[in-house]
Ligand binder design. Structure first.
Ligand code: MN
Length: 230
C-alpha cells in the first residue's frame, strides 16, 4: 500500500501510568447538569443528547504544565465548559448501565471549548452545532487516570477557575444522566470502541475567556488541567 500522502499522526492522550491512550472519537453530552441546563434556558429534564468533535481537536496537557490554545476564528464569545471525560477501553453496543463500568478505561479533566455566539446562531436556525463546538483545539484534556486507580467516579467536586477566580463549581453526583446511564444511551446510538472519549457535560457558570486568560480545571482525584488562551 502506498499512501497518497503521509497519514496524520495518531492523536494520543498521556496516561498517569506513563503510557499513551490513542483517541478514536470524541462524544459530548449536552446539558447534563440541571443548573447549566437552566442557565441555557431549558428545564433539565430532557433525555440525554449528543454531539461529536473530531479526534484531532484534542489538546493534551501534562499534569503541572500549562497548555495553550489559540483564540479561535469567527467568534466574539469563546466559552469554557469544564467536564469529566470518560475514556472507553472496551467497546460495545447496547451496554446496560449496570455493565458500563467494565467498559471504562479511565477518566480525565477536560474542557469543551465553545464558540457560544456561533452555537447560539445555529440553534436559532435549527442547524447543526459543528461550527460552535467542533473547531480546532476545542477539546483540551488532562492526563488520563485508569479506573483501577481511581475507582468508579460517582461523586466529587468539579471546578473551573479563570485567572484564579472561581467560575464553575459542581459535583459529579449532580449529573442528570450519570456516567453509566450516559454509556447506556450512547451505546444504543453508536457502537463504542476502545479509544472513544466521552465529555460528560458541564456544571453551571459557563462564561467567556479572552486572550491572555488562564483556565484551571480540577476534579477530585484527577488532578488539574491548566490551559492558557493565546
Ligand atoms: Mn459541554
Amino acid at each position: 500500500m502506498t499512501y497518497v500522502f503521509n497519514p496524520a499522526p495518531q492523536v494520543v492522550v498521556p496516561t498517569s501510568d506513563g503510557r499513551e491512550f490513542p483517541v478514536r472519537r470524541i462524544y459530548c453530552v449536552g446539558r447534563n447538569y440541571v443548573e447549566h441546563a437552566q442557565e441555557m434556558g431549558f428545564s433539565g429534564r430532557e433525555p440525554p443528547f449528543f454531539f461529536l468533535k473530531p479526534a484531532d481537536t484534542v489538546v493534551p496537557v501534562a499534569e503541572g504544565q500549562t497548555g495553550a490554545i489559540d483564540y479561535p476564528s469567527l467568534t466574539q464569545n469563546l466559552h469554557h465548559e469544564i467536564e469529566l471525560v470518560v475514556a472507553i477501553g472496551k467497546g460495545g453496543r447496547d451496554i446496560a448501565a449496570a455493565a458500563a463500568a467494565g467498559h471504562i478505561w479511565g477518566y480525565a479533566v477536560g474542557l469543551d471549548m465553545t464558540r457560544r455566539d456561533l452555537q447560539g446562531e445555529m440553534k436559532k436556525q435549527g442547524r447543526p452545532w459543528c461550527i460552535g463546538k467542533a473547531f480546532e483545539q476545542s477539546a483540551p484534556i488532562g492526563v488520563l487516570h485508569p479506573i483501577g486507580k481511581t475507582g468508579e467516579l460517582k461523586s466529587g467536586a468539579i471546578t473551573l477557575k479563570v485567572n484564579g477566580e472561581l467560575r464553575q463549581k459542581g459535583d459529579l453526583a449532580q449529573l442528570i444522566w450519570n456516567v453509566a446511564e450516559t454509556i447506556e444511551h450512547l451505546s444504543r446510538a453508536w457502537t463504542l470502541q476502545p479509544g472513544d472519549l466521552i465529555y460528560t457535560g458541564t456544571p453551571a457558570g459557563v462564561n467567556a475567556v479572552v486572550k491572555g486568560d488562564v483556565m484551571e480545571g480540577a476534579i477530585d482525584g484527577l488532578g488539574t488541567l491548566r490551559v492558557a488562551v493565546k
